[in-house]
Design a protein around this ligand. Structure first.
Ligand SMILES: Cc1cc2nc3c(=O)[nH]c(=O)nc-3n(C[C@H](O)[C@H](O)[C@H](O)COP(=O)(O)OP(=O)(O)OC[C@H]3O[C@@H](n4cnc5c(N)ncnc54)[C@H](O)[C@@H]3O)c2cc1C
Length: 545
């Protein structure tokens, strides 16, 4: 059964090896486990539902609680610390497009605010219930999860928007195809959510991010349906798909999505390559990204992430052997950097891409150690998210911060982001364990993905305060370093204060006017992505007028 106040299935536990625990204690001190707030106490906080009755709407308390949040760290603190105080007034789980249409019409007639809900895996406050006089309905796509069509000639597949990763892949795999979109939240997130948040998958180097995979579909809006036919290409002005990508439920709801699919590859190998230093490894992956070599993924860990990952992996004997071998090759901790590099395609394509990549790595003293580490990584790639539960139970909170910058900025940006996070809890005299990897590399630059671990405070309110200090420090460092405020997690509420630095005043105003055109009554996930246009006027924030 899915955990109501944590990540994933409650029968799955990700154990932290003893060595990992000891290191964490050494790095930031012993954790302070805190008792979880019971569900019953949270249910008791739910106010009466304000929704008028409708056969498709449930006001069940547990359902309202489960749809009141996503999976961000503040969501966790509020849930587990009993601080959740806003709940949708009801939840609808339509099973057909007609149901969705009927619910939109009902919502329009009764002035109901709608929050489209995919898999609920948002980590930036997309699903937060706004403070409003109007009733709020969570519109869940859980039951709109069918395959509609596979067009094998055109390599296109059409699904209902609520389909989750594993079901979508199962349909395609049965016919010999794949979408190849693997965010770490794959098991729970949905196709509609991927499009609405501009999601990126772990093997986007080969298959592309959702921007490349999203071919078309249907968006139901307050002004009627917006059809997006899956043209192979079009020169007809701006591409309307790009309005929908990353729109975070503000334009309308995606009912069906057409995606570009690929034949299943013969081979999908991931190699581990170690480098003697950060500079060597960064230059090596930059050279690879610029070379045109076809790789499916690059995940380059900085020295501290390399040490942390090896410590958390368990398998102490194998790791000791590996370290001995690397020492002989002139690579040793704490400077060593591990890079996972993946190749996908036919046997011939994989063999040739691999030898091209390894030839590029050689001058940078890269030592490839085979596919064993890559296989373990692949087996566990959706399991490592469960470590959040384990760490929380041990009294630690873990969160991530991601951006993308051009190549000359990569190393300085990492240094600035890590420094800002490490120092953010100085006022509390608390240490923060921070480590980073490059998770997607492009010819022009790279994404940067930093993880930070800190201790839970005495009270949930103080843990939240610590998180705010960290988020603010990290986000400011990102903006100052010239990075995007998010490479893949979206904006929601948590990144909103930093969006203007990226889009500019005119850009924000253009988005506000776009949303207000499609949603004149401001009922579609208001307050997310950009401030609502009137709200902004009230605060004197609206720009460009
Ligand atoms: C452990 C973990 C790992 C993650 N790893 C990744 C990763 O590797 N890559 C990545 O990109 N993201 C990742 N994420 C973030 C998250 O999974 C993505 O943002 C994902 O795309 C959200 O999909 P969802 O179906 O869960 O959407 P939800 O969280 O339910 O909703 C997200 C937003 O999309 C809107 N929305 C959802 N469905 C629709 C629809 N049908 N029509 C209109 N709007 C809709 C919602 O209103 C909301 O604004 C991770 C999150 C977690 C918790």
């Amino acid at each position: 059964m899915q955990r109501w106040n944590g990540w994933g299935d409650d029968s799955i536990h990700h154990k932290l090896p003893r060595k990992g625990r000891d290191l964490l204690a050494e790095w930031i001190g012993n954790g302070h486990p805190r008792a979880d707030h019971p569900m019953e106490a949270l249910l008791a906080r739910e106010p009466e539902s304000r929704l008028p009755q409708h056969p498709l709407i449930s006001v069940d308390s547990r359902l309202r609680l489960v749809h009141a949040h996503g999976q961000s760290l503040p969501d966790w603190v509020r849930m587990r610390g009993g601080m959740l105080d806003r709940f949708p007034d009801g939840v609808a789980k339509p099973t057909t497009r007609q149901d969705v249409d009927a619910l939109l019409q009902f919502a329009a007639a009764r002035k109901i605010v709608l929050i489209p809900y995919g898999g609920g895996t948002s980590v930036v406050g997309h699903l937060a219930v706004p403070e409003t006089e109007k009733p709020v309905l969570s519109l869940s796509f859980e039951r709109l999860n069918r395959l509609i069509d596979i067009d094998t000639a055109s390599l296109l597949a059409t699904f209902e928007a609520g389909i989750r990763g594993p079901d979508l892949e199962a349909h395609l795999n049965q016919k010999g195809f794949t979408l190849g979109h693997y965010p770490q939240s794959f098991e729970y997130s949905t196709l509609g959510g991927w499009v609405a948040t501009r999601s990126s998958g772990q093997q986007s180097g080969h298959y592309g991010s959702i921007e490349q995979l999203f071919a078309g579909g249907e968006l139901l809006t307050s002004r009627g349906p917006l059809q997006l036919p899956p043209y192979p290409a079009s020169g007809a002005g701006p591409d309307l798909r790009h309005l929908v990508l990353g729109s975070e439920g503000r334009l309308g709801v995606l009912t069906k999505v057409v995606v570009r699919i690929s034949p299943r590859p013969d081979k999908d190998d991931i190699y581990a390559v170690f480098f003697p230093s950060w500079d060597n490894s960064r230059q090596a992956v930059q050279a690879l990204a610029a070379s045109g070599t076809r790789f499916s993924m690059v995940r380059l860990s900085n020295p501290l992430e390399t040490t942390t990952n090896l410590a958390l992996a368990g398998h102490e004997r194998q790791i000791a052997w590996l370290n001995r071998y690397l020492n002989l090759r002139g690579i040793s901790q704490p400077d060593a950097c591990m890079c996972l590099v993946g190749f996908t395609g036919s046997r011939k394509q994989v063999a040739s891409a691999k030898s091209e990549a390894f030839a590029i790595f050689r001058p940078f003293k890269g030592v490839a150690v085979g596919t064993a580490i890559g296989k373990v990584w692949k087996q566990n790639r959706f399991r490592s998210a469960y470590l959040r539960n384990t760490l929380w139970d041990l009294g630690y909170a873990v969160d991530t911060l991601e951006t993308a910058v051009t190549w000359p900025n990569v190393t300085p940006a990492i240094a600035a982001i890590e420094r800002s996070l490490r120092e953010a809890l100085n006022p509390w005299d608390e240490r923060v364990h921070v480590f980073t990897h490059l998770s997607h590399v492009y010819p022009t630059g790279s994404s940067i993905y930093s993880t930070f671990v800190f201790r839970l405070a005495q009270t949930p309110a103080e843990t939240l305060e610590r998180w705010r200090a960290l988020k603010q420090a990290g986000s400011r460092a990102v903006v100052k370093a010239g990075g995007t405020i998010t490479h893949q997690h979206g904006i929601g509420t948590d990144h909103q204060p930093y969006l203007a630095a990226e889009k500019g005043a005119l850009g924000i105003a253009a988005l506000q006017h776009l949303f207000s055109y499609f949603d004149p009554d401001r009922r579609m996930n208001p307050g997310k992505l950009v401030p609502d246009i009137d709200e902004a006027k009230d605060k004197g924030q609206e720009s460009g007028d």
